[in-house]
Design a protein around this ligand. Structure first.
Ligand SMILES: C[S@@+](CC[C@H](N)C(=O)[O-])C[C@H]1O[C@@H](n2cnc3c(N)ncnc32)[C@H](O)[C@@H]1O
Length: 281
């Protein structure tokens, strides 16, 4: 008779072999995650079939990891990318630098998808968090994820989703907008191209259409000295900087291993009180 350990090993080996045959590069790691997620053989089989059919691992598992946090995701929602941790770390740094005036910082996660960025910021800082997305599926996941940090989630087109009383009160605007040029969407890996909504990926002809719209309205919503954080590709940096600078935003680029974060501080309007100065960038 085989020991339990041998049976478990044989089951794990079968899962690894199937994942390998389906083209999964990290078959051992994926097998471990799927085995941990499935309560029984029937459930494991259902998960495996979906993964073999090319669904993103995170959609199959029902969660993605960002900075050690589990974020609920599933079919129809953008999977938060590890590279976007750089944007969250910059947001946390800016919040840590804030002069303590006793007021909770107001953070908006625009184009929030699953709400991963807002969640990761609210996990370490006591903030007033608002999140919004145009896609109802994303809004559903964001509501689930942000419930535990008391975030407010709304559906709508960019700033139209936000309550008007946030105008001029936002300290930190996170906007990981879609930034893939339309012609490059077809060249993305199948997991993104076939399983993530086009509205989450397609940024128009040069990839910067949504960022242009965000930048055009950002200073209406940010306090003078408030910060906008977005992500681009390396090749988009010069144009993204121009877009932001056109709209009373002073851009700054933060690079990490595989991410480019473009940060921008909101400058006071020319007719504002001259004593109001933006915080150092
Ligand atoms: C690249 S995904 C980022 C999602 C999330 N912030 C993250 O990093 O995981 C872009 C998101 O923008 C949303 N989006 C696209 N156009 C939008 C619009 N006009 N108004 C609001 N959300 C929009 C998409 O639905 C998608 O969830």
């Amino acid at each position: 008779m085989q020991s339990d350990g041998t049976l478990v090993d044989a089951r794990a080996r079968r899962v690894v072999a199937r994942l390998r045959a389906a083209g999964c590069v990290s078959a051992e790691e994926e097998a471990e995650l799927l085995l941990a997620e499935a309560p029984d053989d029937g459930a494991l089989e259902r998960l495996l079939v979906r993964r073999e059919a090319g669904e993103p691992l995170e959609h199959v598992l029902g969660w993605a990891e960002l900075l050690g946090l589990r974020v609920a995701v599933g079919p129809g929602v953008f999977v938060p990318r590890r590279r976007t941790e750089a944007l969250v770390l910059e947001a946390r740094r800016l919040l840590g630098e804030r002069a303590g005036d006793g007021r909770r910082a107001v953070v908006v996660d625009l184009c929030c998808g699953s709400g991963a960025l807002g969640l990761a910021v609210a996990a370490t800082h006591d903030v007033e968090l608002h999140a919004a997305d145009v896609d109802p599926t994303a809004v559903g996941y964001a509501r689930e994820n942000l419930r535990r940090v008391g975030g407010h989630v709304r559906q709508g087109d960019l700033f139209e989703a936000l309550p008007p009383d946030l105008r001029g009160r936002v300290d930190l605007l996170l906007a990981n907008v879609p930034y893939v040029p339309a012609s490059a969407v077809a060249l993305l890996p199948a997991e993104a191209r076939d399983h993530e909504p086009r509205v989450a990926l397609d940024g128009g002809p040069d990839g910067l259409d949504v960022l242009r719209r965000v930048a055009a309205a950002a200073t209406d919503w940010l306090r003078p000295g408030g910060h906008l954080l977005t992500e681009t590709s390396e090749s988009q940096v010069p144009q993204a900087r121009r877009v932001l600078a056109t709209h009373r935003l002073r851009p700054r680029v933060v690079r990490s291993e595989d991410a480019v974060v473009v940060a921008a501080v909101a400058l006071p309007s020319p007719d504002a009180d001259p004593r109001v100065r933006p915080a150092p960038a």
